[in-house]
Design a protein around this ligand. Structure first.
Ligand SMILES: Nc1nc2c(c(=O)[nH]1)N[C@H]1C(S)=C(S)[C@@H](COP(=O)(O)OP(=O)(O)OC[C@H]3O[C@@H](n4cnc5c(N)ncnc54)[C@H](O)[C@@H]3O)O[C@H]1N2
Ligand code: MOO
Length: 412
């Protein structure tokens, strides 16, 4: 059988990267409010200094630092108040030795002032102010461009915009953001036995749960599901659905029919459609991962078509191990997210000859360390998935893992 000739996951991903590259036309402008979760299509630079004026961090008095030298609770310095700075207005004051000016938090520091003394370290004495604190040069003042310097890089292309990124964009006036257009994904679930989630299955039938798995992971990668359709195991229906999917989407993801059974026709259907070259559309049938071995990978026209195994846990793992990294590359993700964390093995497991094992685990914080507990379950079962919060990988060239080994867990 062709698919016994398995391809390593790293090799499969690099083949995908070479074949499927998105073009620059995949950029669109969206309002700042709509940009959360989207990927930046360009490096963004500061168009101005932040702050644009010398700004006070506290409510208090602007002073010359040298005028407060030696001031304390026991021995205040007396300065004359020359005026008040209004928030949101330019300060017209010019501070010289012996004088202080009231400045609210966020107000402009008068020319000549060197530090801000908080109001609770002062006492009003008619036109004067008693200062009970020795201030240092620059204390409680943010200088021009001290936060963000004009023309510096603020966010890199490929950053997935999260709440913590949006403040700098808003502060710099980025009301519209150039983001990568969401790749369109078409989901095709194959199998005569599949029924809708809302249906009661007849004898031998099962509810289609893979479409839900695929949709959720696709959307969590910042892509858009354009349609999700179920197809019966019949070649004409399969071809028609596949043709339609490749017209309306950038990426097609199928589940089921990847293996070698009489009705497993994913490879046949993909290869039967007109391709770009004389070589078959399917360029990989079989990934060196467990579960997920029967995975089919092909190209119809310019479009990637990925056929995942029907067993739900295998479908899930293949989405995480193969499709998610592919979609991240396809969208141009700049990897900064920390999804890997060290943990201790709470189980023993042998490696699988010639395949990397992707093992679902439940990580628990025990005795001040994270321990990964194995979740047993055959790949057609969904119960292990429901308990899992991570997976670990046992590479094919490893011997296996023992209780107490240091592992790296990939968070789900
Ligand atoms: N002779 C062999 N048989 C199988 C092999 C093999 O190497 N030789 N590999 C096994 C492995 S491993 C897997 S994984 C499956 C892959 O099967 P297919 O991709 O061909 O999928 P189906 O046969 O269509 O379905 C398998 C199983 O999964 C259920 N299923 C399918 N789609 C869904 C869905 N959308 N939601 C829920 N459940 C689904 C289906 O009812 C079957 O029970 O092949 C093994 N066989
Ligand atoms: O590889 Mo199957 O994908 O083990 O369940």
């Amino acid at each position: 059988m062709a698919y016994l000739n398995v391809t390593k996951i790293e090799e499969a991903l690099s083949q995908m990267k070479l074949r499927f590259q998105r073009k620059d036309s995949t950029v669109e402008m969206v309002d700042l409010e709509a940009s959360l979760g989207r990927y930046l299509a360009k490096d963004l630079y500061a168009t101005e200094n932040l702050p644009s004026f010398r700004r006070s961090m506290v409510d208090g008095y602007a002073v010359l630092a040298s005028d407060t030298l030696g001031a304390s609770e026991q021995s205040p310095m007396i300065l004359q108040v020359v005026g008040i700075v209004d928030i949101g207005c330019k300060s017209e004051l010019n501070l010289t030795t012996g004088y202080a000016a009231y400045v609210p938090t966020g107000g402009e520091i008068p020319v000549g002032a060197e530090a801000m003394v908080m109001i609770e370290h002062t006492e009003a004495l008619g036109p004067d102010i008693a200062i009970y604190y020795t201030a240092t040069y620059g204390e409680n003042i943010v200088g021009i461009g001290e936060d963000v310097q004009e023309r510096t890089l603020i966010l890199k292309k490929g950053t997935r915009l999260a709440p913590q990124h949006e403040a700098i964009l808003a502060s710099l006036g980025y009301a519209e953001i150039p983001v990568v257009k969401k790749p369109k994904v078409f989901i095709l679930s194959t199998g005569d036995e599949l029924v809708d989630v809302s249906s009661t299955p007849g004898y031998g039938q099962v509810r289609d749960c893979n479409s839900t798995i695929i949709r959720n992971i696709v959307e969590s990668c910042g892509c858009e599901v354009v349609d999700s359709v179920r197809v019966i195991d019949e070649i004409e229906a399969f071809q028609k659905a596949l043709r339609n999917a490749t017209v309306s989407a950038d990426v097609v993801i199928l589940s089921g029919g990847s293996s070698a059974g009489i009705k497993d026709m994913t490879q046949l259907a993909i290869d039967s459609l007109a391709g770009n070259t004389d070589s078959p559309n399917v360029f990989i049938h079989g990934l060196a991962i467990k579960p997920g071995k029967p995975t089919v990978v092909g190209q119809i026209g310019e479009k990637p078509v990925i056929g995942l195994p029907g067993h739900p846990a295998a479908c899930f793992i293949t989405m995480k191990a193969f499709v998610e990294p592919f979609l991240n590359d396809f969208i141009g993700k700049n990897e900064t997210e920390i999804r890997r964390i060290p943990c201790i093995s709470g189980f023993q497991l042998h490696a699988a000859g010639g395949r990397d094992v992707y093992q679902l685990v439940e990580m628990v914080y025990e005795e001040e360390k994270l321990t990964a507990h194995i979740l047993y379950g055959k790949s057609g079962m969904v119960s292990a998935l429901a308990k899992a919060n991570a997976y670990v990988v046992i590479k094919m060239n490893q011997e296996g893992i023992k209780v107490g080994d240091n592992l790296v867990a990939y968070l789900l």
